[in-house]
Design a binder for this molecule. Structure first.
Ligand code: URA
Length: 263
């Protein structure tokens, strides 16, 4: 009888498997990209034995194949395909949302990492500030931006002409006539004279500015403060961060509920 070859310890098998997959992504990078915290935090999760790949406890250094491996944290699938990224940017005024500009103006895509390639969900005007979602997840982006399923977006508009009368606020709430059609009912309040908080779910071009023009109070400054469940008052203009897992789950839920409500 030949001697039985002793089985290699699990960590050695995994290290060998990882070495054979140099093209895979590092597990901590995949976890960080979907909102489990910084890479360091994700390394701690792995070291604590809380992460499995295809049912086996992962070790530090593990690489995974984006489309094939099942990654779980505390027994729950991480819920997103590795390789997908979700950023929240506080867009400053003067930065354009399109991916390139013939006039050489700075673009939002120059602020976030260049790889993987990403795009903005919807757009903000050159002079509009505030929250913008950026991702490479085309499916979720379509659902968020779809005009009839679009999630609520909240804006703060500083308008000219001083205090806005109750009658004009009512007009905004009920819908105003624009040259491309009437706006849907909106939520509108005036937290202080000359400042309007406007919540809409449509995405007509320059919609908030044109709504305010229509009631004779042109916008001097416009800031988007919330997109569906995502808001962040501490993110400074020009700063970005990844969505948290809770935010991503809440967004998926928000999109699902708008589809259920409006279809
Ligand atoms: N409405 C506008 O008028 N501008 C924006 O950038 C977004 C909404």
């Amino acid at each position: 009888m030949p001697d039985r070859v002793p089985e290699k310890p699990l960590w050695e098998q995994q290290a060998e498997a990882s070495a054979q997959l140099p093209q895979g992504e590092r597990l901590q990078k995949v976890l960080a990209a979907v909102g489990f915290g910084s890479r360091r935090t994700c390394e701690d999760l792995i070291a604590a034995g809380r992460v499995t790949v295809n049912g086996e406890v992962a070790i530090l250094g593990r690489r995974v194949q984006p489309d094939d491996d099942l990654v779980e944290v505390d027994g729950a699938p991480i819920g997103v395909k590795p390789g997908l990224v979700y950023y929240l940017l506080n867009k400053p005024a003067g930065v354009i949302t399109t991916s390139s500009d013939t006039h050489g103006r700075p673009t939002v895509l120059e602020i976030v990492p260049a790889e993987p390639r990403v795009f903005a969900i919807g757009r903000l005007d050159l002079e509009t500030e505030g929250l913008l979602l950026i991702t490479n997840d085309g499916e979720l982006a379509n659902r968020i931006a779809h005009p009839s399923h679009g999630v609520d977006k909240e804006y703060l508009a500083e308008v000219g002409g001083g205090n806005v009368s109750a009658g004009k606020i009512r007009q905004l709430r009920e819908g105003v006539e624009l040259d491309d059609g009437r706006t849907a009912p909106a939520k509108v309040s005036q937290p202080e004279p000359g400042v309007l908080r406007i919540v809409i779910h449509e995405g007509k071009n320059r919609q908030v500015r044109r709504m305010c023009d229509a009631i004779g109070h042109p916008v001097n400054r416009l800031v988007r403060t919330r997109i569906g469940p995502i808001t962040d008052r501490s993110l400074q203009p020009g700063e970005w961060r990844e969505w948290t897992t809770d935010e991503r789950n809440a967004m998926v839920e928000a999109v699902a509920s708008t589809i259920a409500r409006r279809d």
